[in-house]
Design a protein around this ligand. Structure first.
Ligand code: GLP
Length: 241
């Protein structure tokens, strides 16, 4: 694993955008694995800036997102589809038909998971996976547990995750209790992985995940076994790392 310690959030965002830009330039028809959360917003802003300057072309890129809340429609401003449209897709020349997020409205859980697995397979997996890190070590919505789930599955969100994400909703009651997430197996099959961690609040979990034992209790710890991971953090998150 390589570690890049950036000065601050903006610097980390530029570094992550550099890596994504290199991927898109080297392989214009690549498959990007994309993440939501507040961490990658700066990275996406930087990609938009580079696209507007004429330095990046997303017309042949496909994207596969990590996760989606179960029960939220694409128009719901808290859905991850809405997040991706507003924070990235609407502002670059990616073809929306080539962007995938699990279907939060599919009533049949198993079908929603099977369909998404099929999408991942048809695209031959992910070239570059972007990851944020949950406060409990989750990646996507793979919550602490007793196993590493291989494929796309429906999870019951932990209380800590619902509390952490409640800031985006009007009240705790509105925070969905379930979500669909890509499995650890699919994440681990990505050719390259970039994990972005910023802010003091992530200091403890980043140490646990990358310097602690590999355990499903800290799902991100499995990334220690991947051969091409770059951790892009800022000084606040990586202090003492
Ligand atoms: C959410 C998402 C994750 C994200 C994480 C961290 O629950 N499902 O994909 O990485 O939380 O979010 P943030 O970047 O806001 O700290």
């Amino acid at each position: 694993m390589r570690v890049y310690c950036a000065k601050d959030y903006n610097h980390a965002s530029r570094v992550a955008a550099n890596i994504i830009s290199a991927q898109v330039i080297m392989k214009p028809d690549c498959v990007l694995g994309l993440a939501t959360g507040s961490t990658p917003i700066g990275t996406y802003e930087e990609l938009i800036r580079r696209y507007e300057q004429g330095d990046l072309d997303f017309s042949k890129v496909h994207s596969i997102n990590l996760d989606e809340y179960r029960g939220l429609s694409p128009e719901n401003d808290q859905s991850y589809r809405y997040f991706m449209n507003t924070h990235l897709f609407d502002s670059i020349n990616i073809d929306k038909k080539n962007t995938y997020v699990p279907d939060g409205l599919e009533p049949d859980k198993d079908k929603a998971c099977r369909d998404y697995e099929e999408i991942i397979k048809v695209h031959g997996g992910v070239d570059l996976q972007i990851l944020g890190l949950g406060h409990n070590g989750h990646i996507g919505f793979n919550e602490p547990g007793s196993t590493f789930e291989k494929e796309t599955h429906c999870v019951t969100l932990s209380d800590t995750t619902r509390e952490a994400n409640a800031r985006f909703f009007n009240s705790m009651d509105e925070v969905p209790t379930e979500a669909y997430t890509m499995g650890i197996g699919s994440i681990m099959q990505a050719k390259k992985i970039v994990v972005i961690v910023t802010g003091e609040g992530k200091r403890e979990i980043v140490k646990k995940a990358f310097q602690g034992p590999i355990t499903p209790e800290v799902q991100a710890s499995v990334l220690q076994l991947h051969s091409d991971v770059i951790l892009v953090g800022d000084e606040a998150a990586l202090a003492g790392f």
